[in-house]
Design a protein around this ligand. Sequence first.
Ligand SMILES: Nc1ncnc2c1ncn2[C@@H]1O[C@H](COP(=O)(O)OP(=O)(O)OP(=O)(O)O)[C@@H](O)[C@H]1O
Ligand SMILES: C[C@@](O)(CCO)CC(=O)[O-]
Ligand SMILES: [Mg+2]
Length: 329
Amino acid sequence: MAVSSAPGKVYLFGEHAVVYGEPAVPCAIERRARVEATQRSDSRVRVHAQDLYLNGFSVEYAGPADDRPTVATDQSVLDLGMRYIDGAIDRARDLADQPEVGLDVTVESDLPLGAGLGSSAAVVVAGIDATARELGLELDSEEVANHAYKVEHEVQNGEASRADTFCSATGGAAKVEGDSCETIDAPNLPFVVGYDGGTGNTGELVAGVRALREEYDFAASTVESIGDLVRRGEHALDAGDVDELGRLMDVNHGLLSALGVSARSLDAMVWAAREAGARGAKLTGSGGGGCIVALDETEDTPTALGYTPECERAFRAELDTEGVRREDG
Ligand SMILES: Nc1ncnc2c1ncn2[C@@H]1O[C@H](COP(=O)(O)OP(=O)(O)OP(=O)(O)O)[C@@H](O)[C@H]1O
Ligand SMILES: C[C@@](O)(CCO)CC(=O)[O-]
Ligand SMILES: [Mg+2]
């Protein structure tokens, strides 16, 4: 049996624009997904993912005395839930040159699904590492990052950057620009996360930005402006200027809104944080619903978010300097 874990992330700056080669700064946070992989004696693969739920299914009874109903669901619902962990298992089996080997795989996670905290990347990174190790293959974190990126890229129909997977595999704060990924120094920033209880679909949101960018020059310039803002943000990070980081986060949220990826609930949480005195606040990840991230060292923002009807949960998120981690023996 092999068990690996990998962290989720928040974006200080740069999501969406990073897909078009602009720089971004994702930061790993101390919330993880864990994957356990155990080789089987037959060639079946069994995945147990207790955080996944079925959005609609039908049950058929053969007759009144029948206590064993057949449960069916739309295959696309199942595919949607399973595709990242499936992709990770397949890739690790191929890398270990055992494409037909059977496995029992269990996934569990502290990260809300589809909410901008990089749950997909954390599951894929931990899934590749655990499965590969179970099959006798040790990969370093950069190799895991690279293979995990390929899985996300494939699942998201070619619409993915290296940011989430690199950050999850290596930990800490990262600067990602096209194929170039590096870990950068960052102070321990006072991240506060607000979660609306909802989700956004990364693939669809990225496709929406692509369509807008192709149709309107202003959208293409907005993507470039996000890149300019991130370059300013890197200087503020170097200087440890938290006020400037906050101001730039506010602008970044506005630019993401212009690209159509915010939501009423995300805007409400962003404004609640700002009015509580946060240095800055923005949506994080692909948007559409899910999480915002704010900077506040006081308890004012978590408290204000706690009273905001659109916010289901608010919590602090510490920077996690560790990436993918072995959890067995
Ligand atoms: N605990 C889990 N078990 C199995 N699969 C998971 C789990 N958590 C996430 N996933 C997979 O990741 C998908 C969500 O990925 P998606 O990229 O849409 O959101 P995210 O990664 O949470 O947010 P973002 O990419 O915006 O940061 C789920 O539909 C599921 O396929
Ligand atoms: C929206 C996006 O930039 C971040 C999702 O967490 C997509 C990606 O980089 O793959
Ligand atoms: Mg994702």
